[in-house]
Design a protein around this ligand. Structure first.
Ligand code: KG4
Ligand code: ZN
Length: 352
């Protein structure tokens, strides 16, 4: 059994291949980060045009890397939501053409389910078996943190997600991107904030948005707090020629921001996992690439924590292939009228 997965929901064109054991045979990613960096964020029209250019070579490269022939592919899975409509359409139509040409089933995948199932894929460095056994007996708490989403879901059995909390405003990754912009750092902001924060000496902490009594999150307040402090310190609007702009001050603000976001994410995730009597915690999504976030969660959690390697955290085709495999096994098959659903909710791709 081999599943090919196609991901074009945002600004990464990616194709991955997994075998029936969930082992990643290929995971090719063409990122558009540098193209969008000059605009300070993703321009949807530019993203979809770039997907059109990249999808075919990325797919061919994935097949070559996997060491398989076209005839070895048993199903084509594809992200059909959530995401940018124009970007999703490119991947979905390419997937339909490929599935028709290979005469294999088409399997639609929810991008967020895909992020969770990225934690179940197997690579040379990463073996998630631990969790494979646990799911079904007790739930697993999944924190999905990306540029568009911040969600706490309990995986109660394969394909059975229960959403217990989400952001009421900005996603965690979006907050990183916006804070970085205020501080004059490049897009995407997450890796930049992390890099700059490493040089911080002392910090003046920002308040935490606990949203007490619920598992929801809010990150727009911290973004405004960064903005107000940057203004009061005279570093916003940024004048790079100004002698006010001290790298030390930027580093300190970046670290204070990052500490606040991490503290809230980690504390609330652990509390929810314990209350729900979960067997473990899975951290996925682009923000899971943040090293201090991973380390803090691993250090503070009394439950086992699984964080897939970087290439399975940010948007990638292997996680869509992995989720496609699980969907396929649950019996899901799609017809040619499968459409994109830009606001698709988590846990909606599996058959119930
Ligand atoms: O999952 P992803 O690749 O795309 C979406 O589906 O959104 O996540 C991208 C997000 C961006 O907001 C980016 O700033 C953030 O993940 N990100 C990080 C780090 N690397 C990427 N945030 C914090 N620390 C990082 N090291
Ligand atoms: Zn994503």
């Amino acid at each position: 059994m081999h599943v090919l997965g196609i991901e074009t929901s945002c600004d990464e064109t990616s194709v991955g291949v997994v075998n029936g054991d969930g082992r990643v045979l290929a995971n090719v990613v063409a990122t558009q980060v540098d193209i969008h960096a000059r605009y300070g964020g993703i321009v949807p029209e530019v993203a979809s045009r770039q997907h059109v250019i990249d999808i075919r070579p990325v797919c061919l490269q994935a097949i070559v890397k996997s060491g398989l022939d076209w005839g070895d592919i048993d199903a084509v899975s594809v992200t059909h939501g959530p995401g940018l409509a124009g970007s999703l359409i490119v991947g979905l139509n390419f997937a339909k053409g490929l599935a028709a040409a290979l005469n294999v089933p088409l399997v639609g995948v929810n991008h967020m389910d895909g992020h969770v199932y990225g934690a179940w894929a197997v690579t040379d460095e990463y073996e998630p078996q631990h969790f494979q056994q646990l799911v079904g007996q007790q739930g697993i708490m999944c924190l999905v943190v990306s540029g568009g989403h911040t969600e706490l879901v309990v995986l109660e059995g394969h394909g059975h997600f229960r959403l217990i909390g989400e952001t009421k405003d900005d996603a965690a990754g979006e907050a990183f991107d916006k804070a970085a912009r205020i501080l004059g750092l490049r897009y995407p902001g997450g890796p930049e904030i992390q890099r700059v924060a490493e040089g911080a000496e002392e910090t003046d902490p920002f308040p935490r948005a606990w949203m007490k009594g619920s598992d929801d999150f809010s990150f727009s307040g911290i973004k405004t707090a960064v903005l107000n402090r940057a203004k009061s310190l005279g570093i916003y609007p940024l004048d790079t020629n100004s002698e006010h702009v001290s790298p030390k001050v930027i580093a300190s603000l970046a670290k204070a921001f990052q500490d606040s976001v991490i503290d809230v994410l980690v504390t609330k995730t652990i509390a929810a996992a314990e209350r729900e009597n979960c067997a473990g915690i899975v951290l996925v999504g682009g923000v899971a690439a943040n090293r201090p976030l991973r380390e803090t969660l691993l250090q503070k959690s009394p439950l086992p924590v699984s964080v897939p390697p970087f290439e399975l955290c940010t948007d990638n085709g292997a996680m869509i292939a992995m989720s496609g495999l699980m969907n396929y096994r649950s019996g899901r098959r799609d017809t040619w009228d499968l459409d994109v659903i830009p606001n698709l909710r988590i846990g909606t791709s599996f058959l119930s």
